[in-house]
Design a protein. Structure first.
Length: 215
């Protein structure tokens, strides 16, 4: 970032700020992550980069969601969608679904989760090894299990295991679990019991599509 600032390369500067925002969010320093994200957004707006505008707003939305500031997260999602970037669609729909995950908005949440599953599926058609798309799809399936179709929890386990077969890197897993825990907070009936284990690590000894037993 220091080099980008020195040579006046604002696109790279915004990208570095966005990565810092995401990294601090992964460490649980969501407020600091949000500050970096806002700096990145200001530059992305100034240079008119739709991709960076979408990505930085998405990162900000995630940080705000995890701090519990749902109104601000919703606003950031709207801003990201105003700069439509196809690679962000599935994750934005997932975040929006989690925000709507309450009894009086269950229909809206289910609609967002279904959209996320379809959008992640489109990404996987082009790159079957896209573990981020697999994790997004699995999380959206968990959301759908909580809203309309409890049986989707088993499919979520299958998709999580496919993602972990590609990578079980600690940072990737923790990023996924942060959103899983935000979803699981609405699980009053134990629908997702055991599903977290499939998200944590590759466990290919289980029958395909069968949810692992809870810890």
């Amino acid at each position: 970032m220091a080099i980008a600032r020195q040579i006046g390369y604002r696109l790279a500067e915004a990208g570095c700020l966005a990565y810092l925002g995401e990294a601090y969010g992964d460490l649980g320093s969501w407020d600091q992550g949000a500050r970096y994200s806002r700096e990145a957004i200001d530059i992305a707006d100034a240079i008119g980069s739709a991709q960076l505008q979408s990505q930085t707003c998405r990162i900000l939305a995630r940080n705000q969601l995890l701090t519990g500031d749902l109104a601000a997260a919703r606003q950031a999602i709207r801003a990201a969608r105003d700069h439509d970037y196809p690679a962000d669609r599935a994750r934005l729909s997932l975040l929006s679904g989690i925000i709507c995950l309450r009894p009086d908005q269950s229909a809206a949440a289910a609609e967002e989760f279904q959209a996320s599953i379809a959008q992640a599926g489109q990404q996987l058609e082009h790159s079957s090894g896209d573990f981020a798309a697999l994790d997004t799809k699995a999380l959206a399936l968990c959301g759908l299990a909580l809203t309309t179709s409890p049986s989707e929890a088993a499919e979520a386990c299958t998709v999580f295991r496919a993602a972990r077969a590609i990578t079980s890197a600690d940072g990737i897993v923790r990023r996924t679990l942060a959103l899983f825990d935000a979803l699981a907070a609405a699980d009053q009936g134990g629908i997702l019991a055991g599903t977290r284990h499939a998200a944590e690590a590759a466990d290919l000894s289980n029958d395909r599509g069968t949810a692992p037993r809870p810890h």
